[in-house]
Design a binder for this molecule. Sequence first.
Ligand SMILES: CC(C)(COP(=O)(O)OP(=O)(O)OC[C@H]1O[C@@H](n2cnc3c(N)ncnc32)[C@H](O)[C@@H]1OP(=O)(O)O)[C@@H](O)C(=O)NCCC(=O)NCCS
Length: 180
Amino acid sequence: MIHDRTIEPRPGIPWNVRRATPADLEAILAIQQGSPEAPAWRNPTWRQMLTMDQAGPLIRVCLVAEGENGALRSRCVLGFCVACCAGEWSELESVATVVSARGQGVGRALCREVMAWSRGQGARVMELEVRASNGAAQALYRSLGFADQGVRRNYYQDPVEDAVLMSAELLMAAGTGVLA
Ligand SMILES: CC(C)(COP(=O)(O)OP(=O)(O)OC[C@H]1O[C@@H](n2cnc3c(N)ncnc32)[C@H](O)[C@@H]1OP(=O)(O)O)[C@@H](O)C(=O)NCCC(=O)NCCS
């Protein structure tokens, strides 16, 4: 059984990371809408992912970062990250940060946690695909130990674009224990 523990904000880090719940759906969809580089999953897909049980060979985790968002002065979802895992393999499926909170470490913290979670599930490697033009995401992934593994020609639609395939060894992946 996975115990959810919220990582509370630390000095200088005004947000925390926790497992997403169905109550986060609206906020997640809004961030996704403002992040056309991320997969455009529909409401029912998200709903299923946020309510799924963890039985079967493929297991998935959805995390959100929650904190104050500038002028709003109220706590809200600042970003999300989704990964799945099957045996020694895992995939980082999506990550996005609300535009106004980018560049503050939210994306990296979310990715670190799903990498640590995947390692905890027994995965040894994490893979992902990213648009060839998405320099920000590629820089984020490289900073986390991902390396290029190849290119999948014309993989994406609207607009058509190549995918860069990346992977990282998870042997050293360490998070703060939000899903310990
Ligand atoms: C990619 C994305 C998730 C990064 O989120 P973020 O919260 O801004 O990222 P962080 O602040 O944690 O940045 C971590 C690292 O990513 C890289 N990075 C982030 N934004 C960058 C940018 N605009 N240009 C270049 N590098 C960038 C840097 O290496 C950065 O480390 P540094 O701050 O030490 O230089 C965010 O830009 C986003 O939501 N983009 C739209 C959705 C998307 O592209 N998802 C990936 C689909 S595969």
